[in-house]
Each structure stands twice: as structure tokens, then as C-alpha cells.
Design a protein around this ligand. Structure first.
Ligand SMILES: [Fe+2]
Ligand SMILES: [Fe+2]
Length: 310
């Protein structure tokens, strides 16, 4: 008989936790209707149907708000790749499979309601947006053979990061309709984060050493799921400069709340592997904190210079 892999054993050991959290999720997730969040009365035909082509003057959004909304939307657009990734890691069976499909169904509405909002309000260039969507989906998202514990740690951080990114983009957009829509999407992301966070918590009890290793690897190597978007580095820099998502937010509002929830630095009896991973994590966090402070100082200096010059 072939040996049972660590991931296969963990899938089995974690299944009762998945069942319990799927039930909790289904009870907590309120039904909502994406069409209720889109101001359809603002919509009109584009050029090929006898209307006007898009023009930047038509957008009520600032260039940075446009960039942030576009990055969030293109990230959501890559759902087929994310579905493939979690189906590979979690499988299609029983509670795991039920979660994979439920999660995919919930994620499915995020891209189309944000796109509907942007098209109806003429918030972004629809031609550029469509070309970028084609590009992102053809590039896809590939986590290769990432083991189960690493996938669980990554999606915990990623769901929280997308929650904060949607919520802060909504606030920044200065449009109450965009804010309401993105707050609703952020509520979905929050419930997803809670689901994965609880699985990591259970994994820490079952296998503390390997789970701490996975958490450390995913914090150290973290990349936003949209990092394959063309011009992502430049766009992320604009988003950080505007304070929508920056290193300080990443450190204070994404990484640390989860590490605290999991009690990462309080757990006892984590073995040599766990201690080693935790040491590396602590060192990395010290560096990240310093880097976040440097970025904030640079930004403040730049803002002060701009204010003095204007
Ligand atoms: Fe989403
Ligand atoms: Fe999500």
C-alpha cells in the first residue's frame, strides 16, 4: 500500500473542522443581490450602439481610485485559476468539496458586480479593462504543488488582505455607491478569512511544527493574488501612496491580527521545527515593521514637500 501523504492525512483529520465551519459559514452568510448595488439608471450605450465612446472626463473617480478598483476587479476576475488551486488542494469530496463550490459561488459575484458598477458609471476605460482581463486570465494564477498547510495559511492572509483592500478602496473612492458595494464584498471576504483562520487554528493543534513552518513561509513569501496584473508594481505603489494598502496596513491589519488569533508566539510544545519557524518569523516581522515605518516616513516627507510646493 502506498504511504499516506501528510496532506492526505491532514485532509482527513481536518474534515470535522471543515464540516463544523461550513455549517457556521452557511448560518452566518446572509444572501445578497449584486444587482441591488449597481446604479443602472446611470447607464447608457457605448459607441457601437450609437452612443458615446468612453472618455476619461466621464469618470467621477480619481485616477488612483480607478487604479485601485481595476486592480481589485482584475484580481477577482482570475477566479477560475483560484478555483483550480483550491480544488487541487482540498479535493471535491464531502465537506471539503462542498466548501470549494460554495466559496467559488460566492466569489463569482464579486467580479461581475464591480464590473457592472464601473461600466454603468463609466468609471474606467472599458476597452483597457477588457484587454487587461483577457491578459490576466490567460496568465492565470499558479501556486504549483503548494502543500495543504501552506494553502490554508496563504488563503487566510489573502482573504483578509482582499477584505481590507476592498473596504479601503470603497472609502477612498468618494462615492457612497462604490463604498456600499465594496463594503458588501469585503463582508464576504471576511467570512472566507474566518473559515480558513479556523482551519489553521485546528491544524496548529494537530501538527504545530509543520503548521508554524507553513505560516512562516507564507508570511515571508506573501504576494497579492493580483501580482501578475500588468504594471502591478507601479499600481501597487500608487495604492500604497494613497494609503489604501501599504506595508503598515499589511503588517498591522493583516499579518499580526491573524498571528495573534492563532497565538503563534504563545504556543507551547511546538517542537524544534516549530521553534525554528517561529524564530524566522519573528526576525522577518522586525524587518517588515522597520520597512513599513521607513515607507510611512518617506510618504510623509513627500506629502510635506508637495504641500509646501503647492
Ligand atoms: Fe472576492
Ligand atoms: Fe474571498
Amino acid at each position: 500500500m502506498a504511504p499516506i501523504s501528510d496532506s492526505t492525512r491532514l485532509l482527513h483529520d481536518l474534515e470535522p473542522v471543515v464540516t463544523e465551519n461550513l455549517d457556521r459559514h452557511l448560518a452566518a452568510a446572509k444572501e445578497w443581490m449584486p444587482h441591488e448595488y449597481v446604479p443602472w439608471s446611470l447607464g447608457r450605450d457605448f459607441a457601437d450602439l450609437g452612443g458615446d465612446a468612453w472618455d476619461p472626463e466621464q469618470s467621477r473617480l480619481t485616477p488612483v481610485a480607478r487604479t485601485a478598483l481595476e486592480v481589485n476587479l482584475l484580481t477577482e476576475d482570475n477566479l477560475p485559476s483560484y478555483h483550480r488551486e483550491i480544488e487541487r488542494a482540498f479535493g471535491r469530496d464531502r465537506a471539503w468539496g462542498a466548501w470549494v463550490h460554495r466559496w467559488t459561488a460566492e466569489e463569482g459575484r464579486h467580479a461581475y458586480c464591480i464590473r457592472d458598477y464601473l461600466l454603468v458609471t463609466r468609471g474606467v476605460d472599458p476597452v483597457e479593462l477588457e484587454r487587461a482581463r483577457m491578459d490576466v486570465m490567460q496568465t492565470g494564477f499558479d501556486a504549483e504543488e503548494k502543500p495543504l498547510l501552506h494553502v490554508l495559511a496563504y488563503v487566510s492572509f489573502q482573504e483578509l488582505a482582499t477584505r481590507v483592500s476592498h473596504r479601503n478602496t470603497g472609502r477612498y473612492a468618494s462615492d457612497p455607491i462604490a463604498e456600499k458595494l465594496l463594503a458588501r464584498v469585503a463582508t464576504d471576504e471576511n467570512l472566507h478569512m474566518v473559515f480558513y483562520r479556523n482551519l489553521v487554528k485546528a491544524a496548529l493543534e494537530i501538527d504545530p511544527g509543520p503548521t508554524l513552518r507553513a505560516i512562516t513561509d507564507e508570511v515571508v513569501g506573501f504576494q497579492m493574488p493580483g501580482s501578475m496584473i500588468a504594471g502591478f508594481t507601479r499600481k501597487a505603489a500608487q495604492i500604497a501612496k494613497a494609503g489604501i494598502y501599504d506595508l503598515r496596513i499589511h503588517h498591522d491589519e493583516i499579518i499580526w491580527p491573524l498571528l495573534r488569533q492563532w497565538g503563534v508566539f504563545d504556543l507551547e510544545g511546538v517542537g524544534a521545527e516549530g521553534e525554528k519557524a517561529r524564530g524566522e518569523l519573528a526576525d522577518f516581522l522586525t524587518g517588515l515593521d522597520a520597512q513599513a515605518t521607513r515607507f510611512e516616513e518617506q510618504r510623509a516627507r513627500l506629502e510635506a514637500r508637495q504641500a509646501a510646493g503647492s
